[in-house]
Write a protein that binds this ligand. Structure first.
Ligand code: CA
Length: 732
């Protein structure tokens, strides 16, 4: 029991002759403290003391990773290995937004706070799903044109009666938790630059911490701390150096910028932003009073453009520790020096105390995109151990034609032992993992009971190929690396199949749930997945691991051995992690569904709204049906030569495929261009490419794609539409 809770109960008993007061006065404290008799405290009571004791507050999920340690381990035991098979749907809440969903719901004393696409916040009765309020920050939809990975939001923070949300257009908004009304709203970044903000704010010591994203487009990453009460900026820490001609930033990071600058080369390293954006993990450590920031990839990816003479390029792909109150630098650990593959270190951070070689060590654990599982001593930032959790090998030992691992091991300081060929300096290279990541933002969890980390991992690769003549294109993708024409890791189950990759490469790409022993640095068990797109995990004291598995299922496994104990078909893509809470003595398991533009699983030609699905023992709620897409209209006939079609295909891959799908296999989250009426009309198609829909997030390519090139793309799209149309007709 926390001190705060005890004093509240005492105060009530002293003032009022309530039943609870009488019970307390009679000394029946056990009864008075039982959950169903406890007075509802709500978001107003979420303060430092309550967050510090969140571990023991089993019914609630007070912050992004449940507790400051972000272990995503729940002490709830009502649902366990014996009865989990009786889980059924308790309720469903459908949001109004039909784009990607990546939020972790927060639950405080029976109220759930969850976000959906476009940074919209909902407060729900956690027992029934009844909406209490919603808050729409009315973001600028044009932002979606430079949001690499959809207009998603990973959730809110709660502090002293307020809900904090970061918006996709770069604001931090404080909302009254009772009414859903805005309290304050501050702009956290330069809105003239192609930033996107998707991360959940974190809160500690009266400060709200928030980062940003956008390193594929050309921005400079930083983290800011705002006064939770007033919204005033308290400090900012830049993660890469800026233009030296502009002088110091007058930021908390100023003393470190000289050190960082020495690791960049050339005279223009600041010109394209540099990257290092902290778009996910920002974790407060109450034991050591430190704040850990996971930083992003280089901008552009191609180091030869960014930093032509080489260099580590601090603080790309690093964990940076600072003092929470001031942003003062404490230490850093760089995972991918001279990053060149979109290898972020923004992935979830888990804090724990592990007994290693007889000593209790305060560690920080991360499984970033680059495929190594890191265990750091978080007091110093020094590595304790690191091991690859996906296959890696020396280039000389890699069969010809197979992807080359970017590295094959770590030295004693945790610095990677690289395969030089993987740097794609002298020509394209097939490299593993791909920038999608051996593990991305999908949360992993850690059970102190089993000592295992439950990690959704994948084995992927991609071709990295530089542009010989990189041209920066304002507010467009500026990775400096070509877009793979075939993205083998994605698949559209209803579409005609793309020419398949060679069989050995197909079997190379796979996903799995790993139960990773962070002390021995090896898996204890693994569960294979049929593909590589899935959500995160949750571990519980009921001996369970929940995982949002491939194809929109959510399943429960025995935490000890990986046996599947329960599986439910959510009917829609899940990218989030399940979470659990209890109200009035009933334990619930919640998960958010929703397909994003990047992950076209089970979402062909329709725009499903994201949902919160909540399960409980004996739940019998009927699932809501999903709409089916209309048949594809017959595409126009366009006379085009093979050369024109190939040209259109290449232009599409370079400029359009990131959002509209590889080979134009759109998923319906943004328009499937094979089904859109816009391809019926040449001038309409040209005008869309020239910015007619920019306010809705369709980028303006007017400066870069000439009308004749637009026609080639349209010819290619109609050819793709023709294939889909024919396939649908044949099925009739
Ligand atoms: Ca990136």
């Amino acid at each position: 029991m926390s001190v705060e809770r005890a004093s509240r109960t005492g105060g009530l008993g002293g003032r009022l002759a309530t039943a609870a007061g009488l019970i307390a006065a009679l000394g029946l404290t056990a009864l008075a403290a039982a959950p169903s008799h406890r007075p509802a405290r709500g978001a107003a009571s979420v303060d430092q003391a309550r967050l510090d004791h969140a571990d023991a507050d089993g019914g609630n999920w007070l912050s992004y990773g449940r507790t400051y340690s972000e272990q995503r381990f729940s002490p709830l035991t009502q649902i366990d290995t014996h009865n989990v098979g009786q889980l059924g749907l308790g309720w469903t809440f459908e949001t109004n937004e039909g784009r990607g969903a990546e939020a972790s719901p927060i639950v405080v004393d029976g109220v759930m706070y969850v976000t959906s696409a476009w940074s919209v916040v909902y407060a729900l009765d956690a027992r029934t799903g009844r909406q209490l309020w919603s808050f729409d920050p009315k973001v600028n939809h044009a932002v979606s044109g430079w949001s690499c990975c959809d207009v998603v939001n990973r959730g809110v923070a709660v502090w002293k009666g307020r809900i904090y949300v970061g918006t996709i257009d770069g604001r931090l908004v404080a909302i009254d938790a009772k009414t859903g009304r805005k309290v304050w709203d501050v702009v956290t970044l330069d809105q003239t630059k192609p930033y996107a903000l998707t991360g959940a704010p974190r809160v500690a010591k009266g400060l709200v911490f928030i980062g940003n994203g956008g390193a594929e487009y050309g921005v400079r990453g930083f983290v800011s701390a705002y006064d939770a009460e007033t919204g005033k900026l308290r400090w900012r820490f830049y993660l890469v150096p800026g233009d030296p001609a502009k002088g110091p930033d007058h930021a908390a990071s100023d003393p470190q910028m000289a050190m960082a600058r020495r690791t960049w080369t050339g005279s223009n390293y600041w010109k394209y932003g540099g990257g290092g954006t902290a778009w996910d993990a920002i974790v407060y450590d109450p034991e050591l009073d430190q704040l850990y920031i996971g930083t992003g990839n280089g901008s552009p990816w191609d180091r030869k453009v960014r930093s032509p003479g080489g260099g580590d390029n601090l603080f790309l792909s690093s964990i940076v520790a600072v003092k929470p109150e001031t942003g003062q630098y404490l230490w850093h650990f760089q995972e991918t020096p001279g990053e060149a593959w979109d290898f972020t270190a923004t992935q979830p951070l888990i804090l724990a105390t592990l007994r290693i070689r007889g000593a209790a060590r305060k560690v920080l654990m991360q499984a970033p995109k680059n495929g190594f599982f890191y265990v750091l001593d978080r007091t110093t930032g020094k590595i304790i151990s690191g091991r690859n959790f996906v296959p890696m090998a020396k280039a000389s030992e890699t069969p010809k034609g197979m992807p080359i691992s970017w590295a094959y091991g770590l030295d004693a300081n945790g610095r990677p032992l690289e395969n030089a060929e993987a740097r794609y300096m002298d020509g394209p290279a097939l490299v593993a993992p791909s920038g999608v990541g051996a593990h991305n933002w999908q949360p992993m969890s850690y059970s102190p009971q089993t000592g295992l980390v439950y990690l959704p991992a994948r084995t992927t690769y991609r071709e990295y190929k530089r542009y010989d003549d990189f041209v920066y294109r304002d507010h467009l993708r500026n990775a400096g690396v070509t877009v793979s024409k075939r993205a083998y890791q994605y698949g559209d189950k209803d579409a005609p199949p793309a020419p398949p990759p060679p069989p050995e490469l197909r079997s190379y790409t796979k996903g799995e749930l790993l139960a990773w022993d962070p002390i021995a640095q090896k898996p204890r068990w693994r569960v294979a997945s049929p593909d590589t797109q899935f959500g995160g995990t949750l571990a519980t004291a009921g001996g369970l691991v929940f995982w949002a598995t491939s194809g929109g299922h959510v399943a429960a496994f025995d935490a000890a051995d990986g046996r599947t104990l329960w599986d439910a078909d959510a009917g829609m893509t899940i990218l989030t992690a399940p979470m659990t809470y209890s109200v009035d003595g009933v334990q619930y398991v919640a998960v958010m569904t929703g397909a994003s533009i990047n992950f076209p699983i089970r979402t062909v030609g329709l725009t499903p709204k994201s949902r919160v699905l909540v399960f409980r023992l004996g739940g019998t709620a009927a699932p809501l049906p999903y709409p089916r897409p209309d048949p594809t209209p017959a595409p126009p006939t366009i006379e085009a030569t093979e050369t024109e079609l190939a040209y259109g295909e290449r232009l599409f891959a370079e400029n359009c495929s990131l959002c509209h799908g590889p080979d134009a296999m759109g998923n319906g989250v943004v328009p499937d261009l094979r089904r859109t009426p816009v391809i019926q009309d040449r001038d309409a198609f040209r005008s869309v490419l020239a910015g007619a829909l920019a306010s809705q997030g369709m980028p303006n390519f007017g400066k870069w794609i000439r009308p004749g090139e637009a026609d080639a793309i349209r010819a290619y799209l109609t050819a793709q539409a023709g294939k889909l149309y024919a396939a649908e007709q044949a099925r009739k």
